[in-house]
Unconditional design. Sequence first.
Length: 404
Amino acid sequence: MNILFVHEIDWLRKVVFEIHTLSELLSRRGHRVYAIDYESMWARDGAFDFGSLKTKVVEKVARSYPDAAVTLIRPGFIKVPGLSRLTAACTHRGVIRRTIKEKAIDVIILYSIPTNGLQTIGAARGPGVPVVFRSIDILHELVSNSLLSRLTLWLEKKIYSRVDLVLTISPRLSRYVTEKGAPPERVRLLPLGVDTDLFRPGTEDAGLRRQWGLGEGPVVEFIGTLFDFSGLDDFIRRFPEVLKRVPEARLLIVGDGPQRPRLEKEIAAAGLGGRVVITGFQPFEAMPRYINLAAVCINTFRLTEATRDIFPTKIVQYLACGRPVVATPLPGMQSIVAGEGQGVVYAGAEDMEARVADLLESAEKRRELGRAAREYARQTHGYDGIVKELEAVLAELAGRGKAI
């Protein structure tokens, strides 16, 4: 099949996540895979660099697997704040329409809403190319500007009702997109995947431990983008309670994002310098080495409209590495992962530190949860099964009957 992925993030600079992995896995299975992005993290190359409306093409892009080959198509835009995304929205429709025709696209997987969502549906309608929307977030809740958030919600409703299929990552998200206009018969669940060969239990990397000054004690770990809803500020304030019970413990935060300055202030205010470490973003291929430093992994997300129905990708990566997880009880996550039978202990913000300390004090309980975590991740979220299921869905929509 000829498959087109469409998103509105910078494909080359955004941290590696599902869209990169799925597209590359499909390319490794013999499909011709194309991607259209928006360079959302743009910067001017000099005072007179105002961008260009010309389309750029990058061949053989591989961010998850070195032997993958995705052709990246980048519509032009004007590098002026306020105009950049607007001009991208104008250029994308023509580029998408041309790509569908020139590359004989069989099916499109759409991840985006405001920049190129309706453009994708409109461009696909004429030639009759099916469009699948992949729902992994409540998108309008991630938009801070209230006017733009309302506009994004309006666009969500339009897109959910018009695409050929919506693939969600949790039953809660399935209910959400249905409430927002997706016909129930056009909504299916496709769980988040994880590469269980890459993310697997491994020996601790002593060099990483020395690099970040983690000492010899147990490590509590969070990985991911530091959004304002991360809940890490609350956990850092409570981390001294963990240290009272396990003085040698360290908190390792592997990631970066808008909340980092606030977290650094919390660390300083609590006198936790050296005991709480923020590494910044690290290469995707290094993530298993970081996770395998951990005695306990955490997800401290606050319950908000943005987080209520989601299932964070970091969870399946933790579990695949056989690490016990302490997580806040997000309904979307609970609709997939029941609890300790899958390696997860649920805890609210008020007792998160106590549950973490309990596990740090019990190696036997950590081993029990770690075994359950690995087995669950392998059976339910392994990419071998996920990509085959996706391939079959795409082939069915494209009228191919079966995958090649």
